[in-house]
Design a protein around this ligand. Structure first.
Ligand SMILES: *Cc1c(COP(=O)(O)O)cnc(C)c1O
Length: 365
């Protein structure tokens, strides 16, 4: 038996399945398959949990970003800041809008967007928006970014796809005045049985616009929309999962703290201690001294049936299809490839963490 990155069996255990089956039976009996009552329950409760005024469910996390860019009035040819370390979808959403990504460098310790780099890229490029990403679940420095962006009227869209459960200094992700996007893809902290996403906003007009766009522009007189509705069944799954999500995120934090202790003195760099209580720990990344060491460790762990992921093997500027775009990439290029994400999920036991730590020690000596 190995140690996997995820444990869907426990997440979707028999008790959970019973609850979901009841909800699905209700949905079938109502013939209400799109935007049903569970959509409303979830939107209300999730907005409250994340301290936002509005939550709008959409079809997936990439749509959440694209629709937010539309709401921010980002037009073809406009420039949008994207951090050098993120999942491809952040840059893809910008391209799908016809806009141009400008890569913002990252903090070398965390991989999070660097406010200093944003400042210098803003001087070289006329940015219409910026998408700070709460990568791995770590809180991005939103306050610092807000201080920079308000002077220039640059819209901030927080990509919180990995950050359900993350705390910023003054509250949960979602409490700011920015557009905040989530993905509920099956591997995320809060997830459904397929694709779904959401956008949070404090602004009534933005919420109204999102409602129109996600449903073919309905309710507006002449605006083009799209289909980015969330199926009722997904909303029901998400609503059911709200029951346990805070406990599960707490489990992740406990596991991260245990990794942090267990890996001390080994030839790996863990994230700064200040993140232990604030990250959602969607992923638990460690940094190796070189790409070769990362490959060696990944292979060694796999041979012991411990499954890890090199998130992210390439920075945005090193990614096929993105190499032609400008930006500042030094730290991101140095960060990418040396990162290995260890198994972390709410059901990992203390002895699993010990097993992983011991295996790392054996491989790296
Ligand atoms: C998962 C993810 C997305 C995209 O979400 P989808 O639901 O797969 O479209 C965007 N950004 C980040 C950082 C992600 O991790």
């Amino acid at each position: 038996m190995g140690i996997d990155l995820y444990n869907f069996k426990e997440l979707h255990n028999v008790d959970f399945q019973q609850e979901i089956n009841k909800k699905i039976a209700t949905i079938i009996s109502q013939n209400s398959f799109i935007e049903g009552e569970y959509n409303i329950y979830f939107e209300e409760e999730f907005a409250k949990l994340q301290q936002a005024k509005h939550c709008l469910l959409v079809a997936n996390g990439t749509d959440a970003l694209e629709i937010s860019l539309s709401v921010a009035n980002v037009k073809p040819g406009d420039k949008v800041g994207v951090p050098g370390i993120t999942f491809y979808a952040t840059a893809e959403a910008v391209l799908n809008q016809g806009a141009i990504p400008v890569f913002i460098d990252v903090d070398p310790e965390s991989g999070l967007i660097s406010p200093d780099s944003l400042k210098s890229m803003m001087q070289q490029h006329n940015l219409k928006a910026v998408i700070p990403v709460h990568i791995y679940g770590l809180p991005a420095p939103i306050k610092e970014i807000e201080a920079i962006c308000t002077e220039r009227d640059i819209t901030i869209i927080e990509d919180a796809a990995q950050a359900q459960g993350t705390f910023l200094p003054d509250g949960p992700v979602g409490h700011t005045n920015n557009l905040v996007t989530f993905s509920f893809y099956p591997t995320k902290n809060l997830s459904t049985f397929g694709d779904a996403g959401a956008i949070l906003t404090q602004n009534d007009q933005q919420a109204e616009k999102i409602k129109q766009i996600r449903n073919h522009g309905r309710g507006s007189t002449k605006k083009l929309g799209r289909n980015s509705r969330c199926d009722h069944i997904h909303a029901a799954v998400l609503h059911q999962k709200l029951t346990n999500i805070e406990q599960y995120n707490q489990n992740r934090r406990t596991i991260a703290a245990k990794y942090h202790e267990s890996l001390k003195g080994l030839k790996v760099k863990t994230l700064p201690e200040k993140y232990l209580s604030t990250s959602s720990w969607h992923l638990y990344p460690i940094q190796l001294s070189s790409i070769e060491e990362r490959i060696k460790l990944q292979k060694g762990l796999k041979a012991k049936n411990i499954y890890c992921g090199p998130y992210y093997e390439h920075s945005m500027s090193q990614t096929i299809g993105l190499t032609q775009f400008s930006g500042e990439n030094k730290n991101a290029n140095n960060f990418a490839g040396k990162t290995l994400c260890l198994p972390i999920h709410p059901f990992l036991s203390d002895s699993d963490v010990d097993t992983v730590a011991k295996a790392i020690k054996d491989i790296l000596i």
